[in-house]
Ligand binder design. Structure first.
Ligand SMILES: Cc1ncc(COP(=O)(O)O)c(C=O)c1O
Length: 373
């Protein structure tokens, strides 16, 4: 289905149509200058040029520990409760191999970041999908998980602020997750990719700030989106020391760690001034409002999200996710992502990413207005 969409995009481009993509979630603005400066210095440091340690440099671990205390009010032991990851994707994938055997189950948000389902399947286990219910604020109904799946579950993947729905965590949800995980001995993996990308005064919490979370879970914190560092592959896993050790044991057999210059630059990112992060959020908020308004003009009602770089919108009546994405491509030469790309429960929605420069985004929404009203 998506290969077909891609083929049509290529075909249109080959025919000379200027196709504009609002599909990809990769920040268009550069990594903050102070981080690049820190990297310039770090890359010349001979101590950072050798094989990295998979446990991470003390500077990296301490920066995370200080950041979690100041930003989230969470105490992290820099020795045992944090190590680097080569991006959240690597971390989530390898957690599947560290914790899942054939016959085991991972409980995976649907719609969700694709590795929550691809990782378990490639590890020989089962991904049991947890539909995110719009009526519950895009969280799963935890009471609806079948008993035999809970019995076989080893991992539970959640993510707030959420890709692709843009939802932020409803009050009390993390608490209910902790309770469920403790009862059924499941390791919770909270994918914290978007906590720094929020709007309208909303401040996203860490899952680890929930009482009991450290006993049952880990959090994966990525610098990709919050610091415009997608290409740097810089993240960390924090929380349950035993789980982190298990992940580390697997990793020592697989990769040789995160380039230490990147670790030093990541530490500098976390210790840096907040004004760049705030400016980045202002840019996305402006774009969000532009898109929400244009969608209203074409008859699509959406609540402006409080976080992430995505607008998640219902497709107009009579369309599936794919047929609407095809219509937008054919009529307006604009690419939106069909919601069903992110799992069966994404059917009926489409996703627009806010990572297009203002000028281009304005032109794209103008096309939507012109061709779809
Ligand atoms: C929810 C979520 N998790 C993880 C990632 C990937 O993070 P990283 O670049 O650190 O691998 C993304 C990227 O889009 C994402 O949306």
């Amino acid at each position: 289905m998506f290969a077909e969409l891609e083929r049509r995009i290529e075909e249109k481009r080959d025919q000379g149509t200027d196709v504009m993509s609002l599909g990809i979630g990769d920040p268009d603005t550069p990594t903050f200058r102070y981080i690049v400066e820190a990297m310039r210095e770090a890359v010349g440091d001979p101590s950072a040029q050798r094989y990295p340690s998979n446990r991470g440099r003390p500077e990296f671990r301490r920066a995370f520990s200080d950041f979690y205390r100041q930003r989230f009010g969470v105490e992290i032991d820099p020795v045992n409760e944090v190590i680097p990851a080569i991006g959240a994707k690597e971390c989530i994938y390898h957690l599947c191999f560290a914790f899942l055997d054939p016959g085991d189950v991972a409980l995976s948000a649907d719609p969700g970041y694709p590795v929550y389902t691809g990782g378990p399947v490639l590890a020989g286990a089962e991904a049991h999908l947890l539909p995110l219910r719009p009526d519950l604020g895009f969280v799963p109904d935890l009471d609806a998980i079948p008993a035999e799946k809970l019995e076989a579950a080893r991992l539970l993947f959640i993510n707030y602020p959420n890709n692709p729905t843009g939802a932020v965590v409803p009050d009390g949800f993390f608490e209910r997750v902790v309770e469920l995980a403790a009862k059924h001995e499941i390791l919770v993996v909270h994918d914290n990719a978007y906590s720094e990308v929020t709007y309208d005064g909303y401040v996203a919490p860490s899952f680890l700030a929930t009482p009991g979370a450290r006993e049952v879970g880990v959090e994966v914190f990525s610098l990709s989106k919050g610091y415009n560092m997608t290409g740097w592959r810089c993240a960390a896993i924090l929380g349950n020391a035993e789980a982190i050790k298990t992940y580390w044991r697997l990793k020592t057999n697989v990769d040789s760690g995160l380039f230490e210059a990147v670790q030093l630059a990541g530490a500098a990112a976390l210790r840096g001034p907040r004004k760049e992060v705030e400016e980045m959020c202002r840019i996305y908020a402006r774009r969000r409002d532009l898109v929400v308004e244009a969608l209203r003009d074409i008859g699509v009602e959406v609540e402006p999200p409080k976080g992430t770089i995505y607008i998640w919108a219902p497709v107009p009546d009579g369309h599936t996710s794919t047929s609407f994405a095809e219509l937008v491509l054919e009529e307006a030469a604009v690419v939106v992502s069909p919601g069903s790309m992110y799992g069966p429960s994404g059917e009926g929605f489409f996703r627009i990413s806010l990572t297009t420069p203002d000028e281009l985004l304005r032109a794209a929404v103008q096309r939507l207005r012109a061709h779809l009203t």
